[in-house]
Design a protein around this ligand. Structure first.
Ligand SMILES: *[C@@H]1O[C@H](CO)[C@@H](O)[C@H](O)[C@H]1NC(C)=O
Length: 250
């Protein structure tokens, strides 16, 4: 009997937990008044970024540092370059550069800009040429991007759940800019240091050409991660929990 009561009690707790989603105390609703709203939201995001980046287990939001990336393959212009077991590091040190949220009207949009120093670690396999210099080898690679800036512009749509109405970012557009990049490839040319140094130096001097091919698939995954993280959060909290005075228009 005691056991049964305990089970009923535990089930009760779990039930309450899943029904009434725990909102971390660093997240406070903002009042939907023009000026005030954006400032409040900006403050909220800045305050909660360190938590988001480490993940919020209570809301099922995973950590974004590091992020496991899908394999990346470049095959063109005489170069075959493949990365696997790639991980992106540094998203938890992100800073906000732009925030514009238009809600409470017909066309609701979410515009977010971030800047960070990011590095990618991976196993690489290279064969071919970088512009004019040969490159061949496989081993560990580290690619470091200084001040990579990503701006995401997305439509906000509404999703209904049993708890109420939620925001969701859909069809996001994005653009990016990188201040500089350095490449480190271990074990180029079977460890021939002279050849390796020459090629690496050349790659680092011409980083922009290399990144023209390399950055798009990586940035795409960065954006995917950010959008997924925000949407995970939105899926757990109704609009009314995060915006005071919100009236649905559609
Ligand atoms: C990136 O690192 C540089 C130093 O190398 C620093 O000046 C800059 O503020 C950093 N950027 C960000 C977004 O943290």
């Amino acid at each position: 009997m005691k056991c049964l009561i305990a089970i009923v009690f535990l089930v009760g707790i779990c039930h309450v937990r899943t029904e009434d989603v725990f909102l971390p105390d660093y997240i406070q609703p903002c009042n939907l008044k023009e000026e005030e709203f954006t400032n409040c939201l900006k403050q909220q995001i800045e305050d909660s970024l360190p938590y988001f980046s480490k993940g919020i287990p209570e809301l099922g939001v995973p950590s974004v540092d590091p992020v496991n990336l899908d394999d990346i393959t470049i095959d063109g212009n005489g170069l075959k370059l493949k990365f696997n077991k790639a991980q992106l590091h540094g998203l938890s040190q992100t800073m906000l550069t732009k925030l514009k949220v238009d809600i409470g009207q017909e066309d609701e949009r979410f515009n977010l800009g971030i800047i960070a120093n990011l590095s990618l670690t991976a196993k690489y396999n290279a064969d071919g040429k970088i512009l004019i210099l040969p490159i061949k080898g496989d081993g560990d690679a580290v690619i470091t991007c200084k001040n990579i800036e990503v701006e995401i512009n997305s439509k906000l749509s509404h999703i209904k759940s049993s708890k109420g109405v939620h925001f969701k970012l859909v069809t996001p557009n994005y653009k990016y800019d990188i201040q500089s990049t350095t490449f480190e490839f271990e074990n180029l040319f079977n460890g021939n240091k002279q050849l390796a140094d020459a090629t690496l130096q050349f790659a680092n001097e011409n980083w922009r050409q290399l990144m023209d091919d390399l950055a798009p698939p990586v940035v795409k995954q960065i954006v995917k991660t950010i959008v997924k993280t925000i949407n995970k959060f939105f899926s757990k909290v109704t609009i009314n929990r995060i915006v005071n005075g919100y009236k649905q228009t559609s």
